[in-house]
Design a protein around this ligand. Structure first.
Ligand code: SAM
Ligand code: DTB
Ligand code: SF4
Length: 421
């Protein structure tokens, strides 16, 4: 309460507001001058400011302006990341409030439409055929199973449905891909946002997914360029970045983040955030996963991630990518309600709901709804919410109209209804 009142003051307003502020909190003696959050002022002018208060408390405070920047240096991000944790949390929370309603948390639902038997060797993943885990290879789910799961997710309040497949890429999977394109169309018709994570894409596949109405494509960088080969040897960091750029060029929102707890250093965590925040545009969403160490994977013995490491990652991501949805993703099941509250406070505003992620357990649905009640959180409405006041809806409707016009046009570049002529 006191802090909110303090933030809206300009430095000129210090004098008249001082008695009221003192009444609000007897103990509040120092506060940030809102027009410059790195400066401090004495709450009553007779009390001199201690020397130490003439300096900014943290690098996080210097960068908590909420403006979009694409030229972050690794040194800047590293300094934000290493700010004292309470400072980092506070400034993550402040930046969060500049762009989002902090009570709103997006609820997404995951479905593994093609489980196990993956040819890649990602050390963390229970679905890799290179590891001996309890996950067995299955064929792709049929249409009814997928659409019923999407309907159930919508009924449970989820606004985004994300389909995952344990594939390196879509080579040789023409008929399955055609089915997936059909799933995307059907789920969009249910007025849900749709996301897929199917491995590497080429330009044509990205274009077809866009035309089907795909909202976002999840393709994680997972860690830093330097640490990547220690975790995955069957593909390169550059291949990962290439798919991300094809997705972006096709006009699909990019969802890309990573995992902590793989044995990486702080430098690797900062390196991944640096790559993400210096892309030509910031990802629409950044999932922050805490490794779920699955028996039978090479990382089965990794120590569980501490909540303070999640808070550091989330708050740093929030400060350097202020308008991005930051998703508290895998590993949430291991965090208590107060620990999750810290993550939301730091700037996370999206979660996966539903009792299962892809192959591992997730937080129980009813417990999540109780947590929302306890913390005063509300589900974030879909970006597809109809209404001329919703810029996402307007842009989306225009894109859908253009896509259907394109389908109906004669195909000639001189045709007036040719969307991309
Ligand atoms: N095959 C596709 C791919 O790799 O992009 C999509 C599925 S893959 C399972 C999606 C993401 O799940 C991975 O990039 C990784 O970040 C996350 N993930 C997989 N196993 C995990 C685990 N054990 N703990 C935490 N996150 C995990
Ligand atoms: C992401 O970053 N996390 C989700 C989603 N994207 C596809 C996947 C988490 C998977 C956790 C391990 C499992 O359930 O198999
Ligand atoms: Fe396959 Fe994706 Fe798992 Fe890697 S993370 S093994 S690509 S399913």
């Amino acid at each position: 309460m006191t802090l909110i009142s303090l933030r809206i003051l300009s430095s000129k307003a210090i004098k008249p507001a001082a008695p009221r502020l003192a009444a609000l909190s007897q103990s509040a003696r120092w506060y940030t001058v809102a027009s410059n959050p790195t400066q401090f002022a004495s709450i009553d002018e007779k009390t001199p400011l201690p020397q130490s208060f003439n300096q900014p408390l943290s690098v996080a405070s210097q960068h908590a302006h909420g403006r979009l920047r694409y030229d972050w240096t690794k040194e800047e991000i590293e300094a934000i990341y290493h700010s004292p944790i309470m400072e980092l949390l506070y400034h993550g929370a402040n930046v969060h409030r500049l762009h989002f309603n902090p009570r709103e948390v997006q609820q997404c639902t995951l479905l593994s439409i093609k489980t196990g038997g993956c040819s890649e060797d990602c050390k963390y993943c229970p679905q890799s055929s290179k590891h001996s885990t309890s996950v067995k290879a299955q064929k792709m789910l049929d249409t009814d199973e997928v659409l019923n799961a999407a309907r159930a997710a919508k009924a449970a309040g989820s606004t985004r449905f994300c389909m995952g497949a344990a594939w390196r890429d879509l080579a040789g999977r023409k008929s399955n891909f055609k089915k997936i394109v059909g799933f995307v169309k059907e789920i969009r018709a249910m007025e849900m946002e749709v996301c897929c994570t199917l491995g590497m894409l080429n330009n044509d596949q990205a274009k077809m997914l866009k035309e089907a109405g795909l909202t976002a494509y999840n393709h994680n960088l997972d860690t830093s360029r330097e640490y990547y080969p220690k975790i995955i040897t069957t593909r390169t960091y550059d291949e990962r970045l290439e798919t991300i750029s094809k997705v972006r060029e096709a006009g699909i929102s990019v969802c890309s983040g990573g995992i902590i707890g793989l044995g990486e250093t702080d430098v690797d965590r900062v390196g991944m955030l640096h790559t993400l925040s210096t892309l030509p545009s910031h990802p629409e969403s950044v999932p922050v996963n805490a490794l779920l160490a699955v028996e039978g994977t090479p990382l089965e013995k990794q120590e569980p991630v501490k909540v303070w490491d999640m808070v550091r990652m989330i708050a740093t991501a929030r400060i350097v990518m202020p308008k991005t949805m930051i998703r508290l993703s895998a590993g949430r099941v291991r965090f208590s309600e107060p620990e999750q509250a810290l993550c939301f406070m730091a700037g996370a505003n999206s979660i996966f709901t539903g009792d299962k992620l892809l192959t591992t357990p997730n937080n129980e649905y009813n417990r999540d709804q109780q947590m929302f009640d306890t913390l005063g959180l509300v589900p974030k409405p879909s970006n597809l919410r109809q209404g001329s006041d919703n810029p996402d809806y307007v842009a989306n409707a225009a894109a859908s109209a253009a896509a259907s016009e394109k389908k109906e046009c004669c195909g000639s570049h001189s045709c007036s209804s040719h969307a991309h002529a």
